[in-house]
Design a protein around this ligand. Structure first.
Ligand code: NAD
Ligand code: TYD
Length: 355
């Protein structure tokens, strides 16, 4: 049976991707390899329990023997690489894991994939793809008047997270140019949607609003991000996997720039309508401006014209429709949220937000 190998498929975007992929009746099987760090959650894949097209394997992408074994056993036609340490604030507290997984782990995976790919028969070698999922944060920070990031914008990463992702992008590029590995890379803006770990802005604010806790907005709240609903990102990845040109990179974004305070206000207003606070006042009363993140990038913005022009992809959701779906999902899935807010989660909240 034809299959693809997905790394990090128990995380936020990976799980959404695997669920979307297998929702199509003609989909290839998925071998889902994930280390299950604090950010990986088997419950996010519960809808696939008993589905013979999904095989979950707990392993580290930095474990060469495990990667060799998986690739030899399943001979995937493609690898979609999501696995990473992904949270900027955690990268400031502890950058080592970001170097280990995002750089050394990607290197180890590339070497295992290269060996497997080189041994394929000619036709399978030509059809093979390695799709590397990356971020717009590799391009650094924009001023209010700068043009959005294009595919040729120079890399200028500012955080340990973005520096480690930039390094991984360079490795992927080099494995194509030097060894001919058929790679494609996507650089996407901020995602939101179901199954996102509540350390990132939108699910963190939903969880804290419902718990009656403060809503911590860093600095002046005027930092800008381009927000994309995760289902749209998954569709973009499927499109690039199917038709992206080998060796190319594609910027993926939502055409949806918002300041952080506008995002938090929109969330509060939606919650006011859906689940009013007991005292009848707005969730906005819980907003607190807190100390800024060190080195906080001011603005990210994506020019996503290349993927639209070449591959016909555009986001389907507006911010309003995506946010409605997201809030509804979190309200309907409180057991999932409670489950991930484990002891380790509380430890992180204490470390990051105690003051
Ligand atoms: P996430 O933190 O929710 O999930 C990461 C997953 O990778 C987890 O399941 C974790 O267990 C797994 N993992 C971590 N280290 C591993 C290792 N050494 N071996 C195997 N598995 C490991 O992250 P996400 O938000 O789903 O992001 C997925 C990818 O998309 C990342 O590469 C990230 O850089 C990129 N990306 C994320 C966003 C965003 O807004 N979240 C935007 C653009 C790009
Ligand atoms: P985040 O979700 O961590 O994504 P990234 O830093 O990768 O863009 O944060 C999104 C924005 O929200 C970013 O500008 C930092 C800000 N932010 C807060 O103001 N408060 C918070 O508690 C968090 C987690 C983020």
């Amino acid at each position: 049976m034809s299959c693809i190998l997905v790394t990090g498929g128990a995380g936020f975007i990976g799980a959404n991707f695997v669920l979307d992929w297998l929702a199509r009746p003609d989909a290839d099987a998925v071998i889902n390899v994930d280390k299950l760090t604090y950010a990986g959650n088997r419950h996010s894949l519960a809808l696939l329990d008993g589905d013979p097209r999904h095989r979950f394997v707990q392993a580290d992408i930095g474990d060469r023997a495990a990667m060799d074994d998986l690739l030899a056993r399943y001979r995937p036609r493609a690898v979609v690489h999501f696995a990473a340490e992904s949270h900027v604030d955690r990268s400031i507290h502890g950058p080592a894991a970001f170097v280990d997984t995002n750089i050394v782990g990607t290197f180890t995976l590339l070497e295992a994939v290269r060996a497997c790919w080189q041994a394929l028969p000619d036709a399978a070698r030509a059809d093979f793809r390695f799709l590397h999922v990356s971020t717009d944060e590799v391009f650094g920070s924009l001023s209010a008047t700068d043009a959005p990031f294009g595919e040729t914008t120079a890399y200028a990463p500012n955080s340990p997270y973005s520096a480690s992702k930039a390094a991984s992008d360079h490795l992927v590029r080099a494995w194509h140019h030097t060894y001919g590995l058929p790679v494609v890379t996507t650089n996407c803006s901020n995602n939101y949607g179901p199954y996102q770990f509540p350390e990132k802005l939108i699910p963190l604010m939903i969880a804290r609003a419902l718990a009656g806790e403060s809503l911590p907005v860093y600095g002046d709240g005027q930092n800008v991000r381009d927000w994309l609903y995760v289902g749209d990102h998954c569709a973009a990845i499927r499109t690039v996997l199917a038709a992206g040109r080998i060796g190319e990179t594609y910027n993926v974004g939502g055409w949806n720039e918002k300041t952080n305070i506008d995002v938090v206000h929109a969330l509060c207003d939606s919650l006011d309508a859906l689940l009013p606070r007991d005292d009848g006042t707005s969730y906005r009363a819980q907003i607190r401006y807190v100390k800024d993140r060190p080195g906080h990038d001011r603005r990210y913005a994506i020019d996503a014209r290349k993927i639209e022009r070449e591959l016909g992809w555009r986001p389907a959701e507006t911010f309003e429709s995506g946010l409605r779906k997201t809030i509804a999902w979190y309200l309907d899935n409180q057991p999932w949220v409670r489950d991930v807010m484990s002891g380790a989660y509380r430890h992180w909240m204490g470390l990051q937000y105690a003051a």
